[in-house]
Write a protein that binds this ligand. Structure first.
Ligand SMILES: Nc1ncnc2c1ncn2[C@@H]1O[C@H](COP(=O)(O)OP(=O)(O)OP(=O)(O)O)[C@@H](O)[C@H]1O
Length: 578
């Protein structure tokens, strides 16, 4: 085996030896991933979920197995679905010290892409039990070891939840290790099922109790949404996305939340969210929805196509109508929203429809850095130019002197009959200077694209026309389904990038799912859990704030570089270099 490995490392070929196919395939994958065969460097992750359902379900199984193995020099490891070690049980001090030297310890990642063929990473790649003995390991540092890993699946979703592994010195290896790991994996799956049912029971009891009082009630958990008839009537798929986001906020807040939201149908609703189950491990949330009788949508709607914008959702129509009304009344606005959601596009479209011949001035932080006097001249010129609009892009990044000058300018201009219309655009988390915010009379929030996902149907043809300059290219129904399933954390800007990338593969004809970037597919395989989508959104926001600097973003988020790279690829995040 050792000779076969050497030959493979030197030439990529194998001698005619009876070798296990799984091992040969794993060596090939390890080589392709660029794993070093002569040293070991597993990455460390300091942000692992060590309080989740998997740990909870596995604990008694690990306790039992630890007792069984107490006389043997063997260790037990539990990893998440990416091969990152969550728990380790080892009784023998010398084996523990050896595992420490191999960084086979909680927090470290033993995926095949990092350490090559091994019981953990190889079982995860192959999605089946894998035993790896001595020199079958890709890296020499593991040649003294034997390990057997068995994947654990979540029986409710069928998805890989984690892995259980037994590791020992090769001299103590036992052919039954794989069977033992596999049995433990089945026990954990059974516990996951029972816990899942416990959660479902808790959710159902809470749901039935509140439902009996009448009114619209929904329960939301990781795997399940239950709505009573009243709620099913009120909510559509876009509202479900909003509810999932609110449930994420709830888990962050850890207490009851009451909020006003605009439903996709145009009704203003009060939603009351309460966690169900233990605080440490909530089963989900129960949501009561009440429609406010006096909050009817405005009568004279301004529809996006009237502004030459793509979209038809009520949420976006409402944003167009609100901003259009403020433009007509010359009310100064703070327009906030997630990155790339179309804040500038909307401000410009509203301005063009209201006063097409008047100047539209955009002051970006980089313009100020390059030539501040020119910016100040442009702002001053806007006074007295009828119908002019000044957009202050991301004013939180303006230098303090500019803010002071702006405030002075706004104070003297506020009552001028020919005053320009001022719109400041900011990201949701950004904190514009307080004085500036109070000088702007109203705050509007642009809805995220995932909260008006039906707009993708109109945006795609419009953006394709723009990108291909009217070329003969369109989006196939299958590709459109992929685009409609994706969450678009980078909003319209990300959609634009996805289509730009698809056009490099197909300039003529119908764009197919395989023409779309991998990112759109990765997240479309399954709906992200609320925690995952919150994490994905935070990464996208930070990357945008750091102009795509991944190292700085990792630092700001308090995670390692290896983690941010992996998460960027898992969530399919793509950021342009702005
Ligand atoms: N409804 C729409 N119809 C057509 N194009 C749109 C629409 N919304 C946004 N876009 C396009 O999407 C891109 C991003 O929009 P925009 O720059 O206005 O976003 P933003 O919210 O101001 O971004 P940020 O605050 O992150 O800088 C632009 O190219 C814009 O033209």
């Amino acid at each position: 085996m050792a000779k076969a490995r050497e030959l493979f490392l030197e030439s990529g070929s194998l001698p005619r030896l009876p070798m296990r196919t799984g091992i040969v395939e794993s060596w090939r994958r390890s080589r392709l991933s660029g794993v070093a065969s002569d040293h070991l460097d597993p990455p460390y992750f300091d942000d692992l979920d060590t309080g989740g359902r998997l740990i909870h379900a596995a604990r008694p199984v690990l306790d039992r197995l630890q007792e069984v193995l107490s006389d043997a020099s063997a260790s037990l490891l539990l990893t998440d679905a990416h091969g990152r070690i969550l728990d380790r049980r080892v009784e023998h001090a010398s084996l523990a010290a050896c595992l420490d030297r191999l960084q086979l310890a909680p927090g470290f990642g033993y995926g095949e892409e990092y350490v090559g063929t091994n019981g953990i990473g190889t079982a995860i790649e192959a999605r089946q039990v894998a035993a790896v003995f001595g020199t079958e390991h890709f890296t020499e540092r593991l040649h003294a070891m034997a390990c057997a890993g068995a994947p654990v699946h979540n029986p409710l979703t069928g998805r890989l939840a984690g892995l259980i592994d037994i590791t020992c010195w090769i001299k103590d290896a036992n052919p039954l290790m794989a069977a033992l790991a596999s049995e433990a994996a089945e026990d954990i799956e059974q516990r996951l099922l029972e816990l899942g049912s416990e959660h479902e029971r808790a959710l159902l009891t809470a749901f039935l109790g509140i439902s009996r009082r009448g009114g619209a009630v929904v329960t939301v958990s990781e795997d399940l949404v239950i709505a009573n008839e009243h709620a099913a009537h009120l909510l559509d798929s876009t509202d479900h996305t909003i509810l999932r986001d609110k449930v994420t906020e709830l888990s962050r807040a850890g207490r009851e939340l009451v909020e006003q939201v605009m439903l996709a149908g145009g009704d203003m609703a009060t939603i009351r969210l309460r966690p169900v189950g233990a605080r440490a491990e909530p089963a989900g949330a129960i949501v009561e929805i009440e429609i406010a009788p006096d909050a009817r949508p405005p009568r004279h709607l301004i529809r996006p196509p009237q502004l030459r914008l793509a979209g038809s959702s009520y949420a976006f129509t409402k944003a167009c109508t609100d901003l259009g009304t403020h433009c007509r009344n010359r009310t100064w606005v703070l327009l906030e929203g997630e990155p790339g959601v179309g804040k500038l596009a909307l401000a410009e479209a509203v301005h063009r429809s209201h006063s097409p011949a008047s100047p539209f001035m955009v002051i970006r932080p980089q313009d100020l850095a390059e030539d501040r006097p020119a910016c100040q001249r442009r702002i001053t010129e806007a006074i007295g130019t009828p119908g002019a609009t000044v957009v202050l892009r991301h004013p939180e990044r303006y230098p303090q002197e500019t803010i002071s000058a702006l405030l002075e300018w706004m104070r003297t201009t506020a009552h001028h009959p020919g005053r320009p219309w001022v719109v400041a655009t900011t990201h949701l988390e950004a904190r514009p200077p307080e004085d500036l915010s109070s000088a702007l009379a109203v705050t509007l929030t642009m809805p995220a694209l995932r909260h008006r996902i039906e707009d993708v149907r109109d945006l795609v043809p419009a953006l394709l026309r723009r990108l291909s300059r009217g070329g003969p290219v369109s989006c196939s129904p299958a590709a459109m389904r992929v685009l409609l399933r994706y969450g678009w954390p980078g909003n319209v800007t990300e959609l634009l990038q996805a289509l730009r990338s698809a056009l490099t593969r197909r300039r003529i004809g119908e764009i197919q799912p395989q023409d779309l970037p991998e990112s759109c597919h990765v997240t479309s395989r399954r709906v992200l859990t609320p925690w995952e989508s919150m994490e994905r959104d935070a990464i996208v926001r930070t990357l945008r704030d750091t102009d795509g600097d991944k190292a700085l973003a990792a630092h700001l988020l308090g995670i390692s570089r290896a983690t941010i790279y992996r998460k960027i690829s898992t969530y399919g995040i793509s950021i342009d270099g702005r």
